[in-house]
Design a protein around this ligand. Structure first.
Ligand code: G3P
Length: 244
């Protein structure tokens, strides 16, 4: 018997190149997109504004997050206003701190009070989440991206951190907790259970999730048999002999 239960969580595609965005759009489970400066540079983007306009022509309705590039609060503020003007479905991604460690709480407060929908990114700690919750205007939509995968990458369980963030944002109905830096498909279920309303995942994982939703999941015994069969097929195809 398949053990699938569809989680109650929005799934965004994390990626910047047009092929990823087009394919993401073709998947019924996709409900939004996120990008970041690393993904934008990997996509070979030269002109951020023209690139964003092209993305938004493809994705005029679903939420799309574009991040600021600057490493200073002044630069981030200037870029945030430019990005905000790109479209009604745009979330401006602002890091929770600068690379030098300066809190972006004051800038988040200012931009959110101006009605700018933010995606506060690179949140790794409960203390940072508290600063964000204190700064966000309750009337303005926001996403709060906890980098669960990068937390797990250093041997720390992200689930209790995400759960503590969920409690912090209880009084913020317009702020949606987002599980970012997804490492495996099962993170979608973990994110939902921990209280996230959104998860962003690479296209490869969204494709797998879409297939699970479409087929209703896989029976684990069937998977076991498939696995054993694949081992047999591979060895037979390669012609490996036991030898003497
Ligand atoms: O886009 C933000 C976040 O999802 C990045 O993920 O895989 O670079 O840790 P990753």
């Amino acid at each position: 018997m398949a053990q699938f239960r569809r989680p109650d969580i929005k799934v965004f595609v994390d990626g910047a190149d047009f092929e990823t965005i087009r394919t993401g759009l073709s998947l019924p489970v996709t409900q939004g997109f996120t990008t970041n400066p690393s993904l934008v540079s990997q996509a070979g983007v030269a002109d951020y504004t023209s690139y964003a306009k092209e993305v938004l022509a493809l994705v005029p309705q679903l939420p799309v997050s574009f991040e600021v590039f600057s490493d200073t609060p002044q630069g981030m503020e200037r870029e945030a206003h430019i990005i905000h003007a790109w479209g009604n479905n745009v979330y401006v991604k602002v890091p929770v701190i600068t690379p030098a460690g300066e809190s972006m709480g004051p800038l988040i407060r200012k931009l959110s009070a101006q009605g700018i929908a933010l995606n506060v990114t690179c949140v790794f700690t409960v203390e940072q989440a508290q600063i964000v919750a204190d700064a966000l205007d309750p009337a303005t939509p926001a996403l709060v991206s906890v980098f669960a995968g990068r937390i797990a990458d250093v041997g720390v369980d992200p689930v209790p951190i995400v759960e503590a963030c969920r409690d912090i944002f209880k009084g913020h109905p317009r702020a949606e907790l987002l599980w970012a830096s997804t490492r495996e498909v099962y993170n979608i279920w973990q994110a939902e259970q921990a209280g996230c309303r959104v998860i962003t995942a690479p296209l490869s994982m969204v494709k797998k999730y879409n297939a699970i939703v479409k087929t209703g999941g896989k029976d684990l015994t069937e998977l076991s048999r498939d696995g054993v069969q694949a081992f047999m097929n591979d060895i037979a195809q390669a012609g490996v002999k036991f030898g003497a």
